[in-house]
Design a protein around this ligand. Structure first.
Ligand SMILES: Cc1ncc(COP(=O)(O)O)c(C=O)c1O
Length: 362
């Protein structure tokens, strides 16, 4: 699904130079490389602050805690996401409530979300799944109407835009993951919280570092979730490639959309504008998903399922609060979705192999 070994040689050379610079600096955690990357990332997001943290899950937990969301509070989100989204809410001490999805996009369904809103609801945590950002004015209006916060899990949507605004800039905060396979990935774990809220960003910066405000003075109980210099320096190098890599992902998606014609395979809704989707994943829907996966494997095409179990079907989450009408769409999507390769290093030949193999499935 990804092949980092075939990344451009000049990228490798630039990464080695960054590595050398950090080694020679003698400073390895929360230093000038982190500051430089935070400034660059905040700027690309069109926001005032980026706070570098250990990973995307921590970015969500820290954001929630920085807002004072915790015990007794409910946060509505989707069951069709990485487990980390929901785990972060639980780790912040709050209660997740899961709403159903729209089968055309696999994104949260606003009607289901409204059914889940109650007196303890503090926020809706949108997940821009697979790289899609959609209907943001609708979500902003819905949250305003109910007096709750809009939050964004942007782990899969690096610089996807809606009406020119970047993912993570619609809510009180956006949480990014820079896990290696993400559209902007480090060479290890990394993440960032983005926001233009002074107080929230400052508190997040304290929380990521044991709750330390001034060296060895702790104003609250935080966590250890600091971005290191090496990952920040590598992210800065990789950030220069992000636009061209995203463009390649869009080209691949266009070829898939135009040329996958098998009537047994359905595609998710097209983005309204090209900028709305950064194709972290390209997902197809098929009633015989497992057979399609086997068929593709036989043709030499690797696939994954994002995600085979919706969060409420995971063992520790069986008691989780859900839409009273159930989560049928999420369950159906989990049974039928299949992610096919979509990464910037794919050759046209590899893309053609995937398309031919999907079209040959009977
Ligand atoms: C939607 C979503 N949210 C959160 C995360 C968590 O990010 P990380 O692995 O950096 O903690 C991921 C990563 O898998 C993700 O895809």
């Amino acid at each position: 699904m990804n092949d980092f070994r075939v990344e451009p040689e000049d990228l490798r050379v630039a990464e080695l130079a960054a590595l050398d610079r950090v080694l020679r600096s003698g400073w390895y955690v929360l230093g000038n490389e982190v500051k430089a990357f935070e400034a660059a990332w905040a700027e690309r997001c069109g926001l005032t602050y980026a706070v570098g943290v250990g990973n995307g899950m921590d970015a969500i937990e820290i954001g929630l805690r920085a807002m004072g969301i915790g015990k007794g509070d409910e946060v509505i989100t989707t069951p069709m996401t990485a487990f980390a989204t929901v785990l972060a809410i639980i780790r912040a001490g709050a209660s997740p409530v899961l709403a159903d999805i729209d089968p055309d996009t696999a994104l949260l369904d606003p009607v289901s979300v409204e059914r889940c809103i109650g007196p303890r609801t503090k926020a809706v945590l949108l997940v821009h799944l697979y790289g899609q950002v959609r209907e943001m004015e609708h979500w902003t209006a819905l949250c305003e109407k109910h007096g709750i916060a809009l939050l964004e899990d942007c782990a899969q949507s690096h610089l996807a835009r809606w009406n020119g605004k970047v993912a993570g800039s619609f809510g009180r905060f956006g949480a990014y993951s820079f896990y290696p396979t993400k559209n902007l990935g480090a060479l290890g774990d990394a993440g960032a919280l983005v926001s233009s809220d002074d107080e929230l960003a400052q508190r997040a910066a304290v929380l990521r570092n044991y709750g330390q405000s001034v060296r060895y003075h702790h104003t609250e109980l935080g966590l250890n979730s600091r971005l290191d210099e090496l990952q920040a320096a590598l992210l800065m190098v990789r950030l220069e490639r992000l636009d061209s890599f995203t463009e390649r992902r869009r080209q691949i998606a266009k070829m898939y959309s135009e040329r996958i014609t098998n009537p047994r395979v359905r595609l998710l809704a097209e983005p309204i504008q090209a900028e709305n989707h950064v194709y972290h994943l390209f997902v197809v829907i098929c009633d015989e998903r497992d057979q399609l996966g086997q068929h593709l494997k036989f043709a030499g095409v690797e696939t994954y399922v994002h995600y085979p179990l919706p969060v409420h079907s995971q063992e520790p989450c069986k008691e989780i609060h859900c839409d009273p009408n159930g989560l049928a769409m999420a369950e159906s999507h989990a049974a039928k979705c299949l992610s096919v390769p979509c990464h910037p290093q794919m050759s046209d030949m590899h893309i053609a192999t995937v398309i031919d193999a999907i079209n040959a499935f009977k």
